[in-house]
Write a protein that binds this ligand. Structure first.
Ligand code: ADP
Ligand code: MG
Length: 447
């Protein structure tokens, strides 16, 4: 083995580790799904590389292996995925460049950092790999990149501010994480506990998960299953898995068609507007492109127009040639798919608005900004999106909304025009002398 190098964590990483390690967050088990989601990402990346480049031979099956040991009080998770090079270990585990933990810290600063808000924010963002420090002190990560000719490394830390990195012998391609559990988290060394945690959070990971040698999850992806066979609970779990979120979906679309393309898809609208966007950061797209269950583009930028970035889920396009390059994907097939999916999503929202107008209005209050953005930038769908817009008017109560169609339906006889008043706040509209004249004539004015 080569020489061991010592590294200090960056200041913000130290801060995060300290918070996470001392958190009283009650759902510590989320560390588990963070690790599983990383393992699944790593396996999907390897599968993808194997399709598009030579040399990425699979030495092991694409699986996740977990083993727990009550005596030793350890939790070990191993994947045979893409692995990490020395540089990637430094970069990925030594800094908090990645979005979840960054947003976490930024929010914490805003909220003043009481332990209540800390827990809430951990739950909301997930802190990725660092959530392991909620349950363990000593963490070891063995990793070897699947790139041909890569060496194995061992990264270790006791979470107190520094980590070491050294070359290591006998490391399998992929990543193995060994956690020495703290006494207060010893239950995660129980096979029984982990079995139920896997079923609860990670049932739909598209790779076999073995627990102490036995396979425990359902691998058949939800989107290939029959619509009627999928329960609300399964949708909730799957939503949480694909969106890496902890709320529930407010709208669910399980859509499949065979013409003009073979599409299998499941899409969700989250219950809450994602906090990133509230912080003024742009949301990343939330829908991944698959072909016959194989991930082609995670969180694809080209699959849906940008204004639909709040939608989460999966689109599986069966007819896609697997080894098409990413560049090629941009045009033709993808733009056809984008048109079909955009139209279908708009129709989905229309259905929701008919089925439950109150619920839809609530959705509009949170997510309406995206629809308005769509009208400005998506010339093709503009007219259809416009039918989804909702407004307060002089005849509605605060927070109560109607659409143009309703406005027109109840306009006064002989009213030839539509009236609207633009003000930053409802109050100003109500106090406006302009409105007064319309009030007298009993004409509805929209905002
Ligand atoms: P995120 O998954 O949101 O990027 P994490 O903190 O969970 O954030 O992980 C940080 C990064 O570390 C990942 O983006 C990935 O590059 C790398 N990583 C973590 N776990 C693994 C793994 N099992 N195999 C390969 N890379 C990994
Ligand atoms: Mg992660």
């Amino acid at each position: 083995t080569g020489q061991e190098q010592h590294h200090e964590f960056k200041t913000e990483t130290k801060k995060l580790l300290h918070i996470v390690a001392n958190s009283l967050y009650s759902e510590k088990e989320i560390y588990h799904s963070e690790l599983i989601s990383n393992a699944a990402d790593a396996l999907e990346k390897l599968r993808h590389m194997q399709l598009i480049e030579q040399g990425f031979e699979a030495t092991h099956p694409l699986e996740i292996h977990i083993s727990v040991d009550k005596e030793k009080c350890t939790f070990i998770i191993q994947d045979f995925g893409i692995g990490m090079t020395e540089e990637e270990l430094n970069q990925n585990l030594g800094t908090i460049a990645q979005s979840g933990s960054k947003a976490f810290l930024e929010n914490l600063e805003k909220e003043g950092g009481s332990s209540m808000s800390k827990d809430k924010i951990i739950g909301q963002f997930g802190v990725g790999f660092y959530s392991t420090f909620m349950v363990g002190d000593k963490i070891k990560v063995y990793s070897r990149s699947a790139r041909p000719g890569s060496k194995g490394y061992c990264w270790t830390t006791d979470g107190l501010g520094s980590y070491t990195l050294a070359e290591a012998e006998g490391v399998a391609v992929g990543t193995k994480i060994v956690i020495e559990l703290r006494e207060d988290s010893a239950n995660f060394a129980s096979k029984f506990t982990i079995d139920s945690v896997i079923k609860k959070y990670s049932n739909f990971v598209g790779f076999p998960i073995h627990l102490n040698g036995t396979k425990v999850n359902t691998v058949e992806p939800l989107w290939t299953q029959d619509k009627s066979a999928v329960t609300t609970d399964q949708h909730r779990e799957f939503y949480r898995f694909v969106a890496n979120a902890w709320d529930d979906p407010q709208f669910t679309l399980h859509y499949r068609t065979d013409a003009p393309m073979s599409i299998r898809s499941i899409l969700y609208v989250p219950e809450h507007l994602l906090s990133n966007e509230l912080l003024g950061q742009r949301l990343e797209p939330g829908v991944s492109l698959y072909s016959r269950k194989v991930l082609i583009q995670p969180k694809s930028k080209a699959l849906l127009p940008e204004w639909l970035r709040f939608v989460k889920g999966v689109v599986d396009l069966e007819d896609l040639p697997l080894n098409v390059s990413r560049e090629l994907l941009q045009d033709n097939v993808l733009s056809k798919l984008r048109n079909i999916m955009t139209a279908r999503i708009i129709r989905w929202f229309h259905n929701e608005s008919h089925q439950n107008p109150d619920k839809f209005n609530k959705f509009f209050l949170d997510f309406g900004q995206f629809l308005k953005e769509g009208i400005c930038i998506d010339a093709q769908s503009k007219k259809d999106i416009a039918k989804l817009l909702r407004y307060e008017t002089s005849a509605t109560k605060e927070g109560e909304l109607i659409g143009l169609k309703e406005y027109v339906e109840r306009k006064k006889e002989g009213q030839e025009r539509i009236y609207y008043l633009l003000t930053p706040k409802r109050k100003f509209a109500e106090e406006s002398p302009y409105l007064e004249a319309f009030r007298k004539k009993d004409i509805e004015v929209s905002s």
